[in-house]
Design a binder for this molecule. Structure first.
Ligand SMILES: *Cc1c(COP(=O)(O)O)cnc(C)c1O
Length: 398
């Protein structure tokens, strides 16, 4: 394998090179098939090379790639209409990435208060273990030391409270608070769901204090938990929501959704992006939505979520020495493990099953939403084989 001499050394990657993908499978340069339970971190919601997405991209590629947002982009109108029809939102701003969507959400919240005569309301409250992206503002929002270290002064305007600590949260709200920013399930933080009653509590608290509720649904959205957005399980709508990852099914695109009122400060000239929402991205994202919103699709995700839960629980029962407990929802689930998660992930990979790590020593399973029960069964035969070999190896070493 060729040395990556000229690439920033920011990733420790295994020595596999994937050449193509089809559905839930990836094929390496030798032709070996891997079952992909990472979906490029919850991005390839419809798997690899989905014919409907390939067609949409091909068709658009022959027509128009880019004009920038100095001109109207037809696909944006259509996608925004459909997203607003399907959610709490009235307004959408399209971006290139998740972090850019979160940045837009933060700016929208601050600008809301500014335009209502409260420019002092700038602070965003977030939760320990959160992940909101890698820009300077979003690493401050995430508040994790490992992502902040060495990058200079932490961007001001973010206040963090412990996960699940209601008293600390209430105490943190003051006259400078603009919004609460929360992931309905912490993804990178280790698949930690916020109970539905807590989301409802956050909604009430925000209403009571006159602050905005922002959901980061970049990982949990686009059908991942069996609803279009995970917060729908709670019935507690946000004022602003960041989406990305699954939105483009592998084409880079994000979105900041907001109510009419929350978006009221975002007037002409206050915000922009060169690439965000370009015609290629819109063509693919509209095609993703065709499928995710189709009759029965989210039912399928819910059913597969149940199958995945049973399988993970089964693995935990069979390998209590290696695995601690399973958690998560829909097709975003994980197992907290008792050995370093990187070792378990490597063991799974040697049986050609791909999973991805998360915080709190969790291995995360986020297969394409189109995965079938048969494919899940095959994936877990591979997992069983990997864990059984791993146990033998550890016993041999002891
Ligand atoms: C992935 C992710 C982000 C960052 O998205 P990028 O596209 O990598 O910028 C932000 N928040 C959450 C919850 C994520 O999972």
């Amino acid at each position: 394998m060729q040395d990556q001499r000229h690439i920033f050394a920011t990733y420790a990657q295994p020595e596999i090179e994937f050449e193509r993908g089809e559905g839930v499978r990836l094929f390496d340069v030798t032709g070996a098939d891997y079952i992909d339970c990472t979906s490029g971190i919850a991005v390839n919601a419809l798997g690899h090379a989905h014919p409907h997405l390939v067609d949409a991209l091909r068709e658009q590629a022959g027509k128009l790639w880019h004009t920038s947002n100095i001109f109207r982009i037809k696909g944006q109108d259509r996608l925004a209409d459909r997203l607003c029809e399907a959610t709490f939102a009235d307004r959408v701003f399209f971006t290139n990435s998740g972090a850019e969507a979160v940045e837009c959400a933060i700016k929208t919240a601050r600008r809301y208060h500014y335009s209502k005569g409260h420019p002092e309301r700038i602070n965003i409250i977030t939760f320990e273990g959160a992940f909101h992206g890698r820009t300077l503002a979003t690493i401050a929002a995430g508040g994790q030391a490992k992502y902040l270290e060495g990058f200079g002064p932490k961007t001001a305007g973010f206040v963090q409270v412990p996960f699940g600590d209601h008293d600390a949260l209430k105490a943190a709200i003051d006259e400078e608070t603009a919004a609460i920013l929360v992931e309905p399930i912490q993804g990178e933080g280790g698949i930690r769901p916020v109970p539905p009653q807590c989301l409802r509590g956050l909604r009430e608290l925000c209403d009571e204090k006159g602050i905005l509720l922002i959901y980061d649904e970049i990982q949990t959205g686009m059908g991942r938990t069996g609803k279009l957005f995970a917060h729908e399980w709670s019935g507690a709508s946000p004022d602003i929501l960041a989406a990305a990852k699954g939105l483009g099914g592998g084409f880079p695109v994000g979105a900041c959704l907001a109510t009419q009122d929350a978006a009221s400060g975002m007037t002409v000239g206050t915000h922009g992006t060169t690439f965000g929402g370009n015609p290629l991205a819109m063509a693919v994202a509209n095609a993703v939505l065709d499928i995710v919103l189709a009759e029965g699709f989210l039912d399928h995700v819910r059913e597969m979520g149940k199958v995945l839960r049973q399988q993970l629980a089964g693995l935990v029962d069979s390998y209590p020495d290696l695995l601690e407990a399973a958690r998560g929802d829909g097709l975003l689930q994980g197992i907290k493990v008792r050995v370093p998660n990187t070792e378990v992930i490597a063991a799974l990979r040697s049986e050609r099953l791909l999973a991805v790590g998360a915080g709190d020593n969790v291995i995360r399973f986020a297969p394409p939403l189109i995965i079938t029960a048969e494919e899940l069964r095959e994936a877990f035969e591979r997992a069983d084989k990997a864990l059984s070999k791993m146990r033998d190896r550890l016993k041999g070493a002891a």
